[in-house]
Structures are given as structure tokens and as C-alpha cells.
Design a protein around this ligand. Sequence first.
Ligand code: BES
Ligand code: MN
Ligand code: ZN
Length: 497
Amino acid sequence: MKYGTRTGNAAKARTQCVIVGVYENGQLSPSARVLDKASKGYLRKILKRDDISGKTNQTLLLHDVPNVGATRVLLVGLGNEKSMDSAKYADIARTVIGKIKATSTRTNLCCLLEVDVPGRSIDWKTQKIVESFEAGLYSFTKMKGKPPVNTDSIESVDLLLDDRSELETVQSAIAVGSALTAGISSAKTLGNLPGNICTPTYLADQAKQLAKDYSSITTKVIEEKEIEKLGMGAFMSVTRGSVQPGKLIVITHKGGKAKEAPHVLVGKGITFDTGGISLKPGAAMHEMIWDMCGAASVFGTMVAIAEQGLAMNVVGVIAAAENMPSGDASRPGDIVKTMSGQTVEILNTDAEGRLVLCDALTYIDQFNPKTVIDVATLTGACVIALGSHASAMYANDDGVAADLTKAGEDSLDRVWRMPLWEDYQAQINSAFADMANIGGREAGSITAACFLARFTKKYRWAHLDVAGSAFKGSGPSKGSTGRPVSLLFEYLNNLAA
Ligand code: BES
Ligand code: MN
Ligand code: ZN
């Protein structure tokens, strides 16, 4: 969809729909006041009839309002002016796009930048509107037999500015929001594609395509033969049971100086997780098509920063494999040697994410990274602990933790810091090897992070367990959420600024 800007009198705009806010106490937003004045009190008259009280997310669509250039006026409730906050603002934007999507108005004028959100700049509001609108317009139809008829015919949304001095700021925020959105959409689609399509080879091909699409990107795909040679026994122990060859995919974005050390993102890319020989129960196994959402978010973030042209060097690494039971699959009790030299006793083949990640996390040491963030749908225990609202964050560095927390609050893609205390390490000690790949029922998300912590001592590192936040496994809004692309994009942008 096209986003533009407009200044001037909202009542004079010739558009199919003008979107204005009304507060709960009957107070009108500045543009609503303009429309009310032009229509000689029509809006206030409607509001008195109580069809809309101004509660957050209420809407009322009016047609042919007298002396208003737009064919329709969409009133949207902003709630109490004093309790407006970032989350409400994004929520209101989602409501608006839902409504204009249902109405199919081709051209729209959105007068929501004028709404005051404490602590938020006009760029933030612009970016949130673009992000929320595009999220509302996303649908996953790639796997339908016939491409569905495009029912939403929305062509453009113009954002109304108070005056021309805001023009540049808003236009560049639209560009940043669109770049982010491109990343989020690609992460969602990769996540939603089923395991028979989105294989490690598919992910590698998509990454190679990225290098063709963006001049800042180069892609290197490391094949199993090389992975084996590099000594990645843990990675190989996962991929060996599948006929789909595993891949270590390295996507480099050069936006900074040639010699500048990069920030590194590492994603768990298990394209389907059956559990392996420690087979998962059947009922919800199909949800494991999303076990590559960490990888998808790394991919999506690379798309977003390349699209934006972020002036920074970033390396995105995807550890892609399929976890299958087979005659050649790893057995519970197997002991393997990781690239780091440490050995692991595989007590449960379903704890495979940490096995592919630990070798990827050792591999990236050669980049001398400024910071490393890994993203993984790592544990069911994380979902039990935090549900879907926050991603679990673990960090060996307070600065990285603080930066991610702040980025989470600003992007509304939040994290919650969990303990990475030495005390938990004992749970993954092994009698036979240097460590076991599981730590018992207690604190399952923490012990998984403790496992990774044994491979990330050389750099500033954080781990995001996104098992609860990256996808919805069932229900009407089933699908990838695109998280934590917004978080990572915000994090990198803040570091670049
Ligand atoms: N991919 C799963 C974790 C998961 C579960 C993600 C539910 C999203 C939703 C992971 O590979 C796994 O199976 N973890 C095990 C670890 C256990 C064997 C220690 C788990 O959480 O049960
Ligand atoms: Mn598993
Ligand atoms: Zn898994």
C-alpha cells in the first residue's frame, strides 16, 4: 500500500474516507473539530446520540457528512485523553485498518498523527501506523490452490500533518516503517510455510535471493560436508536423521565501514521438529512448522535493515535443520563433540534447538562480534512461564539486556529478563560428558539458556526464547506474529544512531 502525506484542512480533502479520533468525554481531536465546524456541528450532534462514546477502539462510519470533501468519515474512539499510551495508540491503528479493510475505501486520509501519546515523537507514531496497518493487511494465501480474489482494494493512506515542517520527518518515518514491515512480512511468510516447502534448502535459497535483491547483502551457505569438517558434532547430530540436508546460512549486511566489527544475530531454524527419536505427542505436532521462527526473525531483520540501508555491519546466521526420527537419527544417550570442543550427552533428542545453536554460536566467534543475539523457539517451558506477551531474555551483559529492554518497550515487542545464575548450571551437568542437553522439569527455559551460555563466554550476548511470542499455533489468528523483528530492528537502529 502507498503512504503519503497531506497538509491543510481535513474537511476539504477529496478522499473516500477521512479518519478522525474522538475522546471518551465527548472531546474532539483537532481534525474532528475541523470536520464538526465545517459541517456546522454535525459530529457533535451524532456524538450526543451515543452511537459512539469515544471508548478506545469504538468506531462509527458516517457517510456524506455535510460540507466535508470526503465521502466517508470514520470516527474512532481514543478513550480517555489522559490514559492514552503507546500500546493503546497501536491498538487503535489496528482497529482503523480492520475497519477500512472491511469498508474497502480506496483512498484514505488518516488524522491520527495529531493524537498526543506521552513520550512519543511524530516519527514513532508514523512508524507505528505503518507497522500496524501493514500487519492488519497481511494474510497468508501462498498455499491456496487458486490465488484468492483480492478483496481489499485499499490503495493509499495519506497522513495529515499539522504543518509542512513535519514533512521530512514523517516521510522518512514512512520509509523506515515500510522497511520494517517488509521484514516482518517476510518473517511471517517463512514461518507460516509448511515443513514440506520451507526446508533448510528453501531457507538457503531465500537467503541467496536476498543477496540478489540487495547490494548491501552477501550470502554464504555452509553445506553439511563443511559443517562436519568444522567439527559441529552437535549440529550434525540433529540434521543426520533427516533426508533434508542441514545448512548453516550466513547473511552479511555491509552498511558500516569495511573493518567495523558487526553485530551478529543467530536464529534457530528447525524447519520441522518431530522431536526425533524422543518423538513428540501427535496432537500439536503440526505447530512445529514454526520451529524456525527464530531464523525467520533473523531473516526478516536482515530484510528490514537492507531495505532501510542501515549504516552498520550486521551478520545474520541461520542454523537450519530438520529434526526427524529415522534409522540414522541420534539416540537418547548419544554423546557428541561440539565445535567448541565441549561434549554433550543427548538425553532427549527433542532438545535439539540448543544443539544446532551451540555450534552456530561457536562459529560466529570469528566475526569478533560487538554483540550477539540469538533467537529461538527453544522451550515449551518458556510459554508456561511468560505466555505470549513477552519473549524471555537472557543476557551475560547488563548493557545488552538494558538495550534490548528499551528496544522492546519502544517497539512494543517486549522482552522480560530471566535469571542466568550459576546456580542453575548444575542441572545440566552430566556424569559422562561435559554437559547434558536437558536439565529436568524445573526451570526449563532457564536451563536451556544456561546450556547456550556455556558457548557464548567470549562476547556480549543475549538469548531470546520466543516459543510463546513468535507464533499462534491455533485459533482464528493462527500464524506467525513476525516477532521479534520489530524488537531487533529497533535494537540495531538505536545502536546505529
Ligand atoms: N521446539 C521445541 C520448543 C517449543 C515448544 C516451541 C512449544 C514452541 C512451542 C523444542 O525443540 C523442544 O522440543 N523443547 C523441549 C525441551 C525439553 C525436551 C527439555 C520442550 O520444551 O519440551
Ligand atoms: Mn524439540
Ligand atoms: Zn524445537
